[in-house]
Design a protein around this ligand. Structure first.
Ligand code: CA
Ligand code: CA
Length: 89
């Protein structure tokens, strides 16, 4: 999944169509992917990605959510655009 595809996918999680991803919407996504502790991960994910502290994932925070998802949920939404620390193979 590329970053562009991840963004499109994240938009599909937006159940109430307010353009932002809440912890409940993220929890549903974790649950839908068969993840354990969906509620807890949803909360953690929003907290980790919520740069402006308004309690939801805004459009500009999707990159941060991708980093969290990759690190903690194993979703691997992108190959290289976020991991700047890893060296080339
Ligand atoms: Ca929403
Ligand atoms: Ca936010």
């Amino acid at each position: 999944m590329t970053m562009a595809q991840f963004r499109i996918w994240v938009k599909t999680l937006d159940a109430d169509k307010d353009g932002k991803i809440s912890k409940d919407e993220l929890s549903d996504a974790v649950r839908g992917n068969g993840g354990w502790f969906a509620g807890w991960k949803g909360k953690r994910g929003v907290k980790a990605a919520d740069a402006n502290g308004n309690g939801v994932i805004d459009d500009s925070e999707i990159d941060m959510l991708a980093a969290f998802a990759q690190k903690h949920l194993g979703w691997l939404p992108l190959a290289r655009s976020i991991t700047t620390t890893s060296s080339k193979p």
